[in-house]
Design a protein around this ligand. Structure first.
Ligand code: HEM
Length: 466
């Protein structure tokens, strides 16, 4: 080749590196960079791909070449849940993406909006504390997955979609974890036509039944999104928390005073808020509780700080209580480092030929920024696999997109717009769990485990009222 392409494993004819797909699993990703360096070239079928695993190379892509990369709805499942890229997360760079993102920032994520929904987060957390107190007094085990998906789902659905899950007719509050996980299955399901675009790929998917399987999985999600939309379209709808972003979009659609908003844009927005908002925050909290239960020294240090600072007598907490805590916030930062909810960020595609760390990256190459490997790079972090919030005591490294060794929310033009909301949901939820309760593994039986994100976290745990 006339180009200096990055190194990578040898490619077989036609399939390329398809037989090495497992290398892209979060736990294996570091192996790839250990063998080939921080910029690795792969090809899955006909799709060329570059995986970035160092902070310098990530900075090159996300800062220097930000404008030359756009997000890529790379699989059929993602095209479905993004309603053909009519959402924010997978919309190509352009006017529509800009308008949708701006809408979300003004109507959902501005600091004024986030502040004004403080009472929803406080109410939902109080409800959680009440439920957990009942589990504690009856000595029944608690499922972290069910508890935390329900907490985050209730907050996100109330704030973003105007749905109070405790009264909702079309979704059960305890069913949130299942529905989100079904969507994750959709994003993970690989179709032949994703790797070999064209008629032949589509026919093979049809004959092997993959198309049908994907459509079935999507249909349940789509029904939920359609119900949310129908609820907004009902004449005389009872608006509990004031009009939300979907009301605003419907209004804009009727007045035709913006870009041409279609039902796909509305469902794309609902899908983004629900899917991007719920599983990210819930899985971060599950990992925080898992690491704390596994590391009693850190658990004690965090709880001592919380209980000494806030005193022992509070009946409920407010978000202001978070401002007084220091070590607690370092613990959350350490969780964002060890367990980034989107380990490969959102896939990008080069819109022109660029150079990363001296390597040529041709136009239309998929770029995956391996935030997981970067946050565990032994050249940057001491004992990178250890859960140790103390590493941040004298460090100014932060996770808000400016330090490329720590990118749980991404960086650049596509940085997570829900970051401020996600942080407060995670921090305040954890604060309530740690202030009011003591946590441990069940005494006799082994704790049930769940696979989430990059590994196996705890699910069933024991809770005791402090
Ligand atoms: C702990 C919580 C969260 C984490 C760790 C997280 C992480 C991320 C990451 C890594 C990205 C991709 C950024 C990139 O590729 O550079 C992203 C994008 C996005 N996130 Fe979040 N997120 C969280 C919470 C939320 C919440 C609460 C919402 C909405 C309710 C949300 C909505 C979005 C959207 C719409 C995008 C796509 C942005 C675009 O492409 O322009 N996120 N998030």
């Amino acid at each position: 080749s006339k180009w200096n392409l990055p190194p990578g494993p040898p490619k077989l004819p036609i399939i390329g590196n398809l037989h090495q797909r497992g290398e892209l699993h979060p736990r294996n990703r570091r192996n790839l960079s250990e063998k080939y360096g921080p910029v690795v070239h792969l090809r899955f079928g006909f799709v060329p791909m570059v995986v970035i695993s160092s902070k310098e190379a990530a900075e090159d892509v996300l800062k220097t070449h930000d404008l030359e990369c756009c997000n890529r709805p790379e699989t059929a499942g993602i095209r479905m849940i993004s309603y053909n890229a009519k959402d924010i997360g997978f919309a190509p760079y352009g006017e529509e993406w800009r308008a949708m993102r701006k809408l979300s920032v003004v109507e959902l994520f501005s600091s004024k909006k986030i502040q004004s929904f403080r009472y929803v987060r406080e109410e939902e957390n109080n409800l959680l504390v009440k439920k957990l107190s009942e589990s504690a007094s009856s000595e029944s085990l608690v499922s972290l997955k069910k508890t935390l998906y329900t907490l985050v789902g209730s907050i996100v659905c109330r704030v973003g979609l105007g749905q109070n899950l405790h009264e909702c007719e079309f979704i059960d509050e305890d069913g949130i974890a299942d529905i989100v996980q079904r969507s994750e299955l959709l994003t993970r399901t690989s179709m032949f036509s994703d790797l070999f675009p064209g008629r032949i790929g589509e026919l093979i998917d049809l004959f092997t039944g993959q198309t049908k399987r994907l459509e079935n999985a999507f249909s349940e999600l789509d029904t939920f999104f359609q119900n949310v939309l129908d609820d907004h379209l009902k004449p005389g709808r009872r608006v509990q928390e004031g009009s939300d972003i979907i009301d605003v979009m419907i209004d804009m659609m009727r007045k035709q005073d913006s870009f041409k908003i279609t039902t796909d844009h509305l469902k794309g927005m609902i899908s983004d808020i629900f899917l991007a908002g719920v599983s990210t925050s819930a899985s971060t909290m599950i990992w925080a509780m898992t690491e704390l239960i596994r590391n009693p020294r850190v658990m004690k240090k965090v709880q001592d700080e919380i209980r000494t600072t806030l005193g022992d007598k509070k009946e409920s907490l407010t978000e202001e209580d978070l401002n007084q805590l220091h070590y607690f916030k370092l613990m959350v930062k350490e969780i964002f480092r060890l367990h980034p909810a989107a380990p490969l960020l959102l896939p990008r595609e080069t819109m022109s030929h660029i150079k990363i760390q001296g390597y040529d990256i041709p136009k239309k190459t998929q770029i995956l920024v391996n935030a997981y490997a970067i946050a565990r790079d032994p050249n940057v972090w001491k004992n990178p696999d250890e859960f140790d919030p103390d590493r941040f005591v004298d460090s100014s490294v932060d996770y808000r997109g400016l330090n490329f060794e720590l990118l749980p929310f991404g960086s650049g033009r596509r940085i997570c717009p829900g970051m401020a909301m996600g942080i407060v949901i995670v921090e305040f939820g954890l604060l309530n769990l740690l202030y009011f309760f003591d946590w441990g593994l069940p005494e006799k039986e082994a704790a049930k485990k769940i696979t989430t994100g990059d590994g196996v976290a705890l699910d069933l745990v024991q809770v005791v009222l402090h």
